[in-house]
Design a binder for this molecule. Structure first.
Ligand SMILES: [Fe+2]
Ligand SMILES: [Fe+2]
Length: 193
């Protein structure tokens, strides 16, 4: 799915179902971080009108997702806990090349963003197909579609703005790196855990 080489073991959903408050708290923070990421990309690339326009839409959608998860937490009488660490995203961050031209650094940041969208989308798909709670199954199906659109947008802009990067080749390296780290996950009740 979306070029990912390893699918999440559906038994991960059993772990998630044992602690809905934890997955919803972590998920809410993922949406907040996705919105922040889009806003910070706008801050750093204000002159790129097409990019800024698309990122404003993504930021709005991520804030809307954040609200939707927060509403679910409230409706269920659960507590929205403190921000959770996301070691999967931290490992992806380390792989990101921070040198090169400004546009090449932007390209890396967009590939990093696309990678997170791709795996999040895959995790939402696994949740939508396996979780027993029908409200959450529908919720994750809807979000899966939205995150797939973000993945396509980020990858498209990486190709548009890269100066010296062979984006197809570099994306394959991202996929291979992701494959090497994701084998350590699937054991916790968090979106990327
Ligand atoms: Fe989202
Ligand atoms: Fe997204």
């Amino acid at each position: 799915m979306l070029g990912l080489k390893l699918a999440t073991d559906p038994r991960w959903v059993n772990i998630v179902e044992s602690n809905i408050e934890e997955i919803l708290t972590d998920h809410a923070w993922c949406e907040q971080k996705a919105a922040s990421n889009a806003i910070s990309l706008i801050t750093q690339n204000s002159e790129k009108e097409e990019l800024v326009t698309a990122l404003m839409l993504i930021a709005q959608e991520e804030i809307e997702h954040f609200k939707m998860v927060h509403d679910l937490i409230k409706e269920r009488g659960l507590t929205f806990g403190r921000e959770r660490k996301d070691s999967y995203v931290n490992e992806l961050f380390k792989f990101m090349k921070k040198d090169g031209s400004r546009n090449d650094a932007l390209c890396e940041r967009l590939l990093f963003s696309a990678m997170i969208e791709a795996r999040s989308c895959e995790r939402f798909k696994v949740l939508s197909e396996n979780i027993k709670d029908p409200e959450l199954a529908q919720f994750y199906r809807d979000l899966m579609i939205s995150e797939a659109g973000h993945y396509t947008t980020f990858l498209g802009f990486a190709k548009k703005y890269a100066d010296h990067v062979d984006v197809d080749k570099r994306w394959k390296e991202w996929i291979d790196y992701e494959t090497s780290i994701i084998t350590n996950y699937g054991k916790n009740e968090t979106v990327h855990g």
